[in-house]
Design a protein around this ligand. Structure first.
Ligand SMILES: [Zn+2]
Length: 176
C-alpha cells in the first residue's frame, strides 16, 4: 500500500475525533517563512507559539520568491498578521548544490534543457542568504513598513534560533 493510501485510511479513523472548532475563521498574528525540510515541522512548538497564531509559509530553502511574497502580502493585508519571521536553518539541502550543477544534472538525466524554474535559489552562506531574504521582503512596496521583518537561523543540533543582524546594522556596529 502506498503511503498516500495509508494516510487516507488513517484519516478516516482519526477524523472521528476531529475538533470542528478548528474550522472557524483563521486569525493568525504572525507569518513565518521557513524551509520545507521535515526537521522544521516542529518549529511552532519550539517557538512556544500556538498553531492558530501562525500563518506558516514553507518552501525549500526559506526563499522569498514571487510566491512567498504573494503569501506574505495576503497574510499581512488580508489575514491580518502583524510580524514576519524568516527562519533558515543549518544543514539546509540548498547548500548541497549550485543552480548550475542541478541544471546540468537535470539536462543529463532528462536529456532536456530546463525551461522553468528559472532559478532554484541554492546558496552557500546561510546567514547571508537569510539577510537577503529579509531585505527582499523589507523592500517590497506592498509589505507595510509597520510590519517588522526579522531573519533567523535555526540550529538543528540545539533547537535554538540565532537572529541575523541586518547588514546596515552590522556596518554601523550596532544591532536593533
Ligand atoms: Zn532547508
Amino acid at each position: 500500500m502506498s503511503l498516500i493510501d495509508e494516510a487516507l485510511s488513517a484519516n478516516a479513523t482519526i477524523a472521528n475525533d476531529y475538533d470542528s472548532g478548528l474550522g472557524g475563521p483563521p486569525a493568525p498574528r504572525i507569518a513565518i517563512v521557513t524551509c520545507a525540510d521535515p526537521r522544521l515541522s516542529g518549529i511552532v512548538r519550539m517557538l512556544g507559539l500556538s498553531d492558530a497564531d501562525v500563518d506558516m509559509i514553507r518552501n525549500v530553502g526559506s526563499v522569498i520568491d514571487d510566491d512567498s511574497v504573494r503569501s506574505l502580502v495576503i497574510s499581512t493585508r488580508v489575514l491580518g498578521t502583524r510580524e514576519i519571521m524568516i527562519i533558515n536553518h543549518n544543514d539546509c539541502g540548498m547548500l548541497r548544490f549550485t543552480d548550475g550543477e542541478l541544471e546540468d544534472r537535470l539536462r543529463r538525466e532528462t536529456g532536456m534543457s530546463p525551461i522553468a524554474p528559472a532559478r532554484f535559489y541554492s546558496f552557500t552562506d546561510t546567514e547571508q542568504n537569510t539577510r537577503e531574504q529579509v531585505q527582499k521582503v523589507r523592500s517590497h512596496p506592498w509589505i507595510s513598513p509597520d510590519v517588522p521583518v526579522r531573519g533567523f537561523v535555526y540550529d538543528l543540533d540545539t533547537g535554538r534560533l540565532s537572529e541575523v543582524v541586518p547588514q546596515e546594522a552590522t556596518l554601523a556596529g550596532h544591532s536593533r
